[in-house]
Design a protein around this ligand. Sequence first.
Ligand code: HOZ
Length: 435
Amino acid sequence: MNTQKSKELFAEAQKYIPGGVNSPVRAFKAVGGNPLFIKKAKGAYIYDEDDNQYIELINSWGPMILGHAHPAIEAAIAAAIPNSFSYGAPTKREVEMAELIVAMVPSVERIRMVNSGTEATMAAIRVARGFTGRSKMIKFQGCYHGHGDAFLIAAGSGALTMGTPDSAGVTKGVAQDTLTAPYNDLAAVKALVEANPSQIACIIIEPVAGNMGCVTPSADFLEGLRTLCDQEGIVLIFDEVMTGFRLAKGGAQELLGITPDLTTLGKIIGGGLPVGAYGGKKEIMDCVSPVGKVYQAGTLSGNPIAMAAGYAMLTILNEQPDIYIQLTKITEKVTEGIQKILKELSLNYTINQIGSMYSLFFTEEKVVDFDTAKTSNTQLFGKYFQAMLQKGVYLAPSQFESLFLSVALSEENIEQIIEANRFALQQIAQEVQEV
Ligand code: HOZ
């Protein structure tokens, strides 16, 4: 496969951009080789600058649920463009958008638009602190909530991939207010709450984790958090930047039947354009300025182009709930296919899957948290990644990210993904035998 143009662009990029990329995981450091520079994407496919075509399993880290450049979203953006691109003033479309989200996610009674998931999580914890008058928060090891200072403690995603789960540049003062517990460990959370009486403002969690690879909550874990928060007056925040509108119309909270106090949303609600939002119970959201005393603002918040794109996508998801059944079927076909190949090759690696998210972990352990995710052989993952790329399948370039499938995948695409896995896993089996 010729990727010469990507190589040249990466060399050029490194002269001007730290590491040549605008987000660390994209540098392919965890998998080796040269990052692909993307020219365009349509439906189930993404194309690099050398015009190589790949089947897309990242989908902009979640938002392209309907596939790339869906005609209805493209039309909505095109229709919005002649009316200019930003006003820094209220619009009718943002009211419609808020109404739609409130209808689709019942725990959200009030919502505020921002520009990214990072902004949403930063604002949500500020609101929780303003509401409770408390300072500390609990997050889970391996969960990633964007790059706000308070979250870069035992962080997943790129921070974990790059080996910096505790980032330099975060002050001790900030770090001391972030307490961490292992994912799926309710007893550890209870111990933290007990050791910090009336000091915990919020517990923030990815209800399905996507940033240490895909990790699902165990049976009673989220319910236990809900009860604990109710007992202790703690605000429960679900970070649904990756799962909102992807796992169900109402996100992971609908699928798993647990109601948080606040929810953070991100790129998905812009159909891929830069958007985020946080929302939840009226009494908590009424702390936000200009109603309450928690300040948060932004010129691009509720940007008209992003609202047009997001509204178009959410409308389709709202009106065609069968999409979720389809997404799950597609993903199960892929993971069942991989499982069969693993068995044939006597490889006992772990697959975690829920709805249209899945990860293949190169470990024989059950992956339930940060520590078990880290037992994965990342070198083998790198080899698997490269072999998949060679066969035209574009995966997230890190063991510690989930994959996100779209409904644009055809039966033929599913077969191609499974066959690419056969090729890649045969190489891994050979490698493992030789050691
Ligand atoms: N760390 C992000 C996903 N969990 C990747 C962001 C990006 O590179 O676009």
